[in-house]
Design a binder for this molecule. Structure first.
Ligand code: ATP
Ligand code: LTN
Length: 336
């Protein structure tokens, strides 16, 4: 019965680079808390990753590492569905159908398309442009209630919502309307060396990045080098407008320790930035230590990982194929 249905959550991250503190504190960190209450689907968005050129061997390695890191972060494969996007062919198929229900104008307005086109001027391919219709397919195949993402993906979830309205408007209630689910703290972690830009996993020029698997010494170095602010006050105070570097470090510290901004301001009152930056680094090292140990242990067991992604793909495909069948029928495809 409908009122007995567990609410569904779904999200993905593309294996386009090593997971960063941004990928972790934005969405990933919040995913494990949801697996008890919701029916959760989490995947590696490898189809999305190839919108930017990838080295095939690296892509394969990162896809598997990302799965090991998902599990190490607390996503128990017995309690949620973990899978690799390209293993479930319904994503590409529904992606094509939804391309025909996404408008050129709305796709042109996507900020990520504009950003990626500027960064990859020699490879502005069709996939980069139609990326959001594939993402809408990822989402709508599983009829989720919520899609937990960082702030930068909100626009894509909004587009998926527009597609639902358009499609359901023509064919009736085929897709459930999904809601974006964006964390209050950590929705946008900025680069440690450029607080105006998002910390990103694939931006090669970005030195302000900390990855989930970085060595403690590297993490400490990155935080000690972090840009604070050129104000004369030099005190730890949350002011996103005027002190974006400090605000970003406070967000990271708050997420890693659970302390509020008020508590952090009191803790570093009168101490300047010299004490604050290494304290943030240490908190991050401690937060990541158990995850790193667990990820290394899991990564060494390839047979286990294979079992997880095979079982995940089977579970995902069962649900995805039901939705795709309904869509094919609605749009008028003759069954085989
Ligand atoms: P790429 O550099 O390849 O574009 P990315 O680092 O931007 O990748 P995505 O795979 O696009 O990461 O994002 C995965 C998820 O993490 C998304 O939900 C996104 O909103 C979130 N996310 C990514 N970067 C950050 C960040 N710096 N702060 C908070 N959330 C983030
Ligand atoms: N576009 C997202 C990754 C992604 C995703 C999804 C997130 C692909 N499909 C479906 C949520 C739901 C990104 O770039 N971060």
């Amino acid at each position: 019965m409908e009122n007995e249905r567990k609410k569904v959550m779904l999200s993905g991250i593309k294996p386009s680079g090593d997971l960063t503190l941004g990928s972790y504190l934005g969405p990933l960190h919040h995913w494990p808390e949801m697996i008890e209450e919701y029916d959760c689907y989490y995947f590696m968005a490898d189809l999305h990753a190839i919108t930017v050129r990838q080295n095939p061997a690296d892509l394969r390695r990162r896809t598997l590492e990302q799965l090991a890191q998902y599990i190490a972060c607390g996503l128990d494969p017995e309690k949620c569905t973990l899978f690799i996007q390209s293993h479930v062919h319904q994503h590409a198929e529904l992606g094509w159908v939804l391309n025909c229900y996404a408008m050129f104008g709305e796709l042109s307005r996507m900020t990520q398309f504009k950003d990626k086109s500027a960064k990859n001027a020699d490879n502005i391919n069709g996939g980069l442009f139609t990326y959001p219709s594939l993402m809408a397919a990822d989402i709508l195949l599983y009829q989720p209630d919520f899609v937990p993402v960082g702030e930068d993906q909100k626009q894509h979830v909004e587009l998926a919502r527009n597609i639902v309205q358009r499609f359901n408007g023509v064919y009736g209630e085929v897709f459930r309307m999904p809601e974006p689910y964006i964390p209050k703290v950590g929705a946008r972690i900025m680069s440690l060396t450029n607080p105006a830009a998002k910390m990103s996993k694939s931006d090669n020029g970005d030195t302000g990045r900390v990855t989930l698997m970085d060595d403690p010494s590297v993490i400490m170095k990155q935080f000690k080098r972090a840009i604070t602010d050129s104000d004369t006050e030099r005190c730890v105070r949350y002011d996103k407008e005027n002190k974006p570097g400090v605000a970003n470090l406070m967000t990271i510290y708050s997420s890693a320790t659970g302390k509020s901004f008020d508590e952090i301001e009191k803790e570093f009152d009168g101490q300047g930035y010299g004490k604050f930056k290494p304290a943030v680094g240490e908190a991050v090292v401690e937060m990541l230590r158990p995850i790193q140990e667990e990820a290394k242990r899991i990564m060494a067991d390839k047979a286990y990982l294979e079992g997880v992604y095979r079982a995940g793909a089977e579970k995902a495909e069962y649900i995805a194929s039901k939705t795709l069948r309904k869509v094919y029928k609605k749009v008028g495809f003759l069954p085989r």
